[in-house]
Design a protein around this ligand. Structure first.
Ligand code: CA
Length: 145
């Protein structure tokens, strides 16, 4: 019985991981990181990083409510729902100007929530100090692709 129970546990873990992390991610846990600071070097290994200013600069809170930088090692369908704690800072919709892909997968950024609208795809390890003007200040979701 112990053997089969362990197998079931393994199956559950694999299903949970598949739901949160798509091909290419090697980290065991899905995490959001806030307040990266400035510079490409502040992006953790295995994460997708976004900054509200170009050149990987963390902007001050936009309208006192949106984050100036953010990183995740999982698909993020609604950047408006990002929350660090119970404080007032929330979301990072439509402010991203630079991105860095520190994962081993391609990453697709989208104009709208839940991966719709304009799509901007970058390869593993790519640094974009300026995202193209057609998607600047528009990114609302991103996923491994
Ligand atoms: Ca948007």
């Amino acid at each position: 019985m112990k053997f089969s129970r362990n197998l079931a546990k393994l199956g559950l873990c694999a299903a949970a991981a598949a739901g949160l992390i798509v091909t290419g991610a090697t980290s065991a846990s899905a995490t959001n990181v806030f307040y990266l600071g400035h510079g490409a070097g502040s992006c953790p290994d295995g994460y997708v990083c976004l900054w509200s200013e170009s050149n990987f600069i963390e902007g001050s809170f936009v309208n006192n409510s949106k984050f100036g930088s953010f990183a995740a090692n999982q698909n993020t369908g609604d950047m408006g729902k990002l929350q660090h704690d119970s404080g007032g800072d929330k979301g990072m919709q439509d402010v991203t100007s630079s991105v860095l892909n520190n994962t081993r997968s391609s990453i697709c950024f989208y104009e709208n929530n839940w991966y719709t609208g304009l799509e901007f795809k970058i390869g593993p390890g790519e640094h974009w100090p300026y995202v193209p003007s057609w998607i600047n200040d528009k990114i609302s979701s991103f996923k491994y692709c």
